[in-house]
Design a protein around this ligand. Structure first.
Ligand code: SAH
Length: 273
């Protein structure tokens, strides 16, 4: 990492602190106390597109907001940390760098932390509720269960551009619960690949869209049919995919009528009006 010239002009003590903060999966109630405290007193907040309006509404009105969203098609070799964030920190201003879920789970928080360390900018990582945990709790699907799975894997369905086209087998174990982040786009191929790697076609699968938000939707199916069912249901992103017997152990809270698990696919909304 090449430090910007500004780095040289400032004495060490003048740097601001960058807080890499997890915003959780969406529901503001799932912010940590520390994230909440940092947000309500922030002077500068740099946020991802994944962070919702309700959470951004906690930021003081006079604070500077910097959208650093990275959409599909952004040059993957671009520096992870936004230049404006570095500028503010090097000018001695504290910055809250707000990320969806947890900063260290598929959030490139590790790359940003590396850059900050290389530039000797003080930083702190504030854990957040990752989408897998939010989705599991909100839908009543346990991620482990003594009768179903004793391990859980968080994986991305999108391999790096430089990875071989099909390295799923190298990245996911043959058994246990599998949670796929960024997995909706190529779900049919992923499901077929998991079957060819030995998972039974009848393995239950849940897709959770907008987990923990009022717009949450859940689609239940199995590996053989989920790709097609997802295409028909046209679920909104962000969404994640839970694969494994734990899905059959879903416990639906009494307020929401249970869908018979024998007739997949079934779509349910989180809150019935
Ligand atoms: N750091 C984040 C993940 C960033 S990658 C975390 O720990 O949760 C972005 C992916 O996260 C999305 O493609 C989706 O798979 C998942 N995701 C994030 N928020 C979600 C939500 N509210 N509901 C479902 N999936 C979500």
């Amino acid at each position: 990492v090449t430090p910007p010239p500004l780095d040289r002009c400032l004495p060490r003590g003048a740097r601001g602190r960058v807080y890499l903060v997890g915003a959780g999966p969406g529901d503001p109630e799932l912010l940590t106390l520390r994230a909440h405290r940092l947000l309500v007193s922030a002077k500068v907040v740099a946020y991802d597109e994944l962070v919702g309006k309700e959470i951004l509404a906690l930021v003081p009105e006079n604070a500077e907001r910097i959208a650093v969203g990275r959409r599909k098609g952004t040059n993957p070799s671009a520096p992870s940390i936004h230049p404006s964030v570095l500028e503010r920190a090097l000018a001695g201003i504290d910055v809250v760098r707000l990320k969806g879920g947890d900063p260290f789970v598929f959030g490139r928080g590790g790359e940003e932390a590396e850059q900050l360390a290389a530039l000797r900018i003080p930083f702190e990582v504030v854990a957040g509720v990752s989408a897998a945990l939010g989705a599991a709790a909100a839908t009543g699907i346990p991620l482990t269960h003594r009768d179903a799975a004793s391990s859980v894997t968080f994986a991305t369905a999108q391999a790096r551009h430089d990875a071989s086209a099909d390295d799923l087998a190298a990245r996911v174990p043959a058994e246990g619960t599998l949670v796929l982040y960024m997995g909706l786009g190529n779900l049919a191929e992923t499901a077929a690949r998991l079957i060819s790697l030995g998972r039974p076609p009848s393995t239950p699968v849940a897709i959770v869209s907008h987990a923990t938000l009022p717009t949450e939707r859940t689609l239940i199916g199995d590996l053989s049919s989920i790709g097609e069912a997802a295409a028909i249901a046209n679920l909104a992103t962000p969404a994640l995919v839970i694969v494994g017997e734990v899905v059959a152990h879903r416990v639906v809270p009494a307020a929401e009528p249970a869908q018979p698990s024998t007739s997949p696919p079934a779509i349910s909304a989180r809150r019935t009006a």
